[in-house]
Design a protein around this ligand. Sequence first.
Ligand SMILES: Cc1cc2nc3c(=O)[nH]c(=O)nc-3n(C[C@H](O)[C@H](O)[C@H](O)COP(=O)(O)OP(=O)(O)OC[C@H]3O[C@@H](n4cnc5c(N)ncnc54)[C@H](O)[C@@H]3O)c2cc1C
Length: 341
Amino acid sequence: MTSSQISLLPYNTLGLNQSCTELLTITSEAELKKQLTKLSTKPSPWFVLGGGSNLVLCEDFNGVVLKMELKGIVHTEDDRFHYLSIAAGEDWHQLVEYCLEHEIDGLENLALIPGTVGAAPIQNIGAYGVEFCELCDWVEFMDATTQLVTRLTAEECQFGYRDSIFKQELKGKVVITQVGFKLSKNWQPVLNYGPLQQLEHNTVTSRDIFDLVCQVRQQKLPDPKMLGNVGSFFKNPIVSVERFQSLHASFPDIAAYPHNDDMKLAAGWLIDKAGLKGYQLGQAAVHNNQALVLVNYGQAKGEDIITLARYIIEQIKQIFGVELEPEPRLIGQHGEITING
Ligand SMILES: Cc1cc2nc3c(=O)[nH]c(=O)nc-3n(C[C@H](O)[C@H](O)[C@H](O)COP(=O)(O)OP(=O)(O)OC[C@H]3O[C@@H](n4cnc5c(N)ncnc54)[C@H](O)[C@@H]3O)c2cc1C
């Protein structure tokens, strides 16, 4: 690393010591506009950094990193709904806590997901039976080329499973600046997922759900401050019912859930069944208890994580004929890359 390079080690939860050439902190839309204008007149690779909890810095990045620090929470309401307008740099979990404190229900199942509010729409974050898209009213972004601000309705965001327009058509072209939420005052608890089923529907409060989600997550998932990770490393693959039936015939205990007209396979089960739980390649490893989580024992480089991820993908393909796809975004020397380079 030369003196003109800046380490991104403090800014990514995998704890990868990769660098960039410039790191700019964005605290206002005016500043964002200024920097995007500069980047469009004097082009250089760039990407937006939130909490760094959903990206793998595969190599040193030869460009500018825009670190989102836009702050602000605006809350209004009418008879039926709470409306929140949240700046992209706000911390997601702190927003969940803010809602609980202000008796705004709906976000509690998504407690303890690391990262910023502005990143939440990108992969339509989800956990414990709730997805971001169910709470979202609109998303506002600045176009990197024109610097114009546009607001999309939730429907226009084309949310899907860990997917949205921001990972497709608008990928790398916009910076999300504000997120709008519309939360019904006629709150209904979502208790259909795993350990939440033990809660009593008629008496449960959003605080009870929040507390249980936090407790289970703290038991299950390694804390990135202690052991570098990005949560689930692979998406759960979606296969047709026919494909699932043929897999089920060979692997009767296969873990899977209905997903629209298809079946979603539990990627963690596939990795565990392949005997890869705890598998280690240098300082990169599959977590000992959570097969879906790849960890950095301290000194792993981005390329070590990618080599391990490729090995897992290859093994799962060979054993089950199923293609695993990484969930985090992979950042190479000049910008986003795919697992194949
Ligand atoms: C321990 C752990 C548990 C997790 N659990 C879950 C979970 O339960 N469910 C889940 O869905 N995810 C989970 N994640 C993944 C992650 O927390 C989420 O995807 C989160 O939304 C990422 O936010 P971030 O600010 O850290 O994004 P970053 O990692 O900083 O960025 C992710 C991508 O979004 C882009 N980006 C970020 N902000 C903006 C913006 N304002 N405008 C445009 N592009 C932007 C970046 O360029 C990058 O491509 C977990 C991660 C960890 C480490």
